[in-house]
Design a protein around this ligand. Structure first.
Ligand SMILES: Nc1ncnc2c1ncn2[C@@H]1O[C@H](COP(=O)(O)OP(=O)(O)OP(=O)(O)O)[C@@H](O)[C@H]1O
Ligand SMILES: [Mg+2]
Length: 385
């Protein structure tokens, strides 16, 4: 994981040696010699972890703990105390310091402490994103051999972290399948980050994906991590990829090929290990012909190609989906609808479902509210012709 460490120490030699050591371990390092500069970086959000000396030319280091206590994104602070100054160290820990190390600093111990802190940083990054995304849903296959085959391929792709392109009409379950892939592979405990390329302005998509440095453009007051970085070790789901502008497509392709990218306004190359899943309900091949989608990106994405057929072509799965939604909706809404009458099931199976599984789900939800509370019958359904 890339992590930016701020070293605050007025001893230039110490800063340089430590910076060299940490850079060698793959960390990004900023070095400053005063409390004032440290404060500025922490408030701007350019540091994710702070190594803080106690006696600084312009003040007492641990004051930074108080000054930044109310920031929503305060980085973990590791205090570097003089040998024997236990009392001060204990005080600092009480005031929210992450750890303290006694000088002279042992690099091995420093690294251990940084690793513990970086777990917190990773969790914060994930949490911020998790708060915005909903819970994972189960993937129902049913009896159709088609979907069973898709599922088996999805599991193989998950096992080897292959890039996957998921296609299918609206509501066929592309997003549910992407989450299933994440859940069934070795990356299940790592983040699942999704981004809907159609819902984000073209100009903002690059910044969302790759992040930016403070000052990269008007409004970029503090550094922001892109979703590529947040997804490190896990899965990035590029939903509605057909809406991605051509210039961003080129940048995504480069990031995929080099497994690295730069933040907007940044100069350092950031390495990530991300499995890419993409979904589209438009015909990307036709878009390539029209010059609206890059052919090289298309082939880079579809290492594994999973197509979900419309529900009308897998009608045999409708009873199982209906049963699944009954259970799910009963549980979520505290209801107790037991069943669907045979004639209602017949109507559900006969319908063409232009909105596919999403439409079936919405229909079930409505029917459960309208039925007598026990069974769903024909009059509880909308006109399915
Ligand atoms: N295999 C499945 N098992 C259970 N529920 C499913 C399944 N597929 C789809 N659903 C239901 O249908 C809804 C729509 O699925 P999803 O959002 O994955 O569709 P989509 O293909 O991404 O559609 P769109 O192209 O409109 O974004 C889901 O919220 C879920 O309730
Ligand atoms: Mg979708």
């Amino acid at each position: 994981m890339s992590l930016t460490i701020l070293i605050v120490d007025d001893e230039e030699n110490f800063r340089e040696n430590t910076a060299t050591y940490l850079a060698g371990k793959g960390y990004e390092v900023i070095g400053v010699g005063t409390l004032e500069e440290a404060r500025e970086h922490v408030i701007k959000g350019s540091a994710e972890l702070v190594l803080l000396d106690v006696q600084l030319p312009d003040g007492y280091g641990p004051n930074l703990l108080f000054e930044t206590a109310n920031l929503p994104y305060r980085p973990p602070i590791i205090l570097m105390t003089a040998y024997g100054d236990i009392e001060m160290a204990v005080d600092a820990m009480k005031n929210g310091a992450h750890d303290f190390l006694t000088k002279p600093i042992q690099f091995i111990q420093l690294e251990k402490s940084i690793q513990r802190a970086s777990e917190i940083v990773t969790m914060r990054r994930e949490l911020m994103h998790l708060r915005q995304t909903q819970k994972t849903k189960a993937f129902v296959t049913g009896k159709s051999p088609h979907v069973q085959k898709v599922l088996a391929q999805a599991q193989r792709a998950a096992a080897v972290s292959a890039s996957v392109l998921i296609t299918g009409e609206t509501g066929t379950g592309k997003e549910v399948l992407a989450k299933f892939i994440h859940q069934s592979g070795p990356r299940a405990s790592k983040p699942f980050i999704d981004i809907n390329c159609a819902a984000i302005q073209h100009t903002m998509l690059e910044a969302e994906l790759f992040g930016y440095e403070a000052g990269a453009f008007t409004g970029a007051e503090r550094k922001k991590h892109g979703l590529m970085e947040v997804a490190d070790g896990g899965v990035l789901f590029l939903d509605e990829i057909s809406s991605m502008a051509l210039d961003i497509q080129a940048k995504v392709l480069r990031a995929l090929e080099e497994r690295a990218f730069r933040r907007v306004g940044g100069t350092t190359s950031i390495h990530v290990d991300v499995q890419i899943l993409a979904a589209s309900n438009r015909d990307l091949k036709a878009m390539i012909k029209e010059g609206n989608f890059r052919e090289d990106l298309y082939y880079r994405l579809k290492v594994v190609d999973l197509h979900l057929v419309p529900l009308r072509e897998r009608k045999e799965d409708i009873p199982e989906l209906v049963g699944f939604f009954l259970k799910q909706l009963n549980r979520d809404n505290g209801m107790n609808v037991r069943d669907v009458t045979p004639r209602a099931m017949e109507a559900l199976t006969a319908y063409r479902w232009p909105g596919n599984i999403r439409e079936l789900y919405n229909t079930m939800q409505r029917a459960m509210l309208f039925c007598n509370g026990e069974v769903i019958d024909l009059p509880d359904l909308p006109d399915l012709t």
